[in-house]
Design a protein around this ligand. Structure first.
Ligand SMILES: [Zn+2]
Length: 42
């Protein structure tokens, strides 16, 4: 799952190269899946 930094849309489908299908920007933020994992620090 990625998020475009240009149009700020969530891109879930990426075919081949990482690219925003909406605006064509190559800069995408890689989002982690919705897993709430927190390490309990002391
Ligand atoms: Zn975009």
């Amino acid at each position: 799952m990625y998020k475009c930094v240009k149009c700020k849309r969530i891109v879930t489908k990426i075919e081949g190269a990482v690219r925003c299908p909406y605006c064509g920007a190559r800069v995408l933020l890689k989002l982690r899946p919705e897993v709430l994992k927190r390490v309990h620090a002391r």
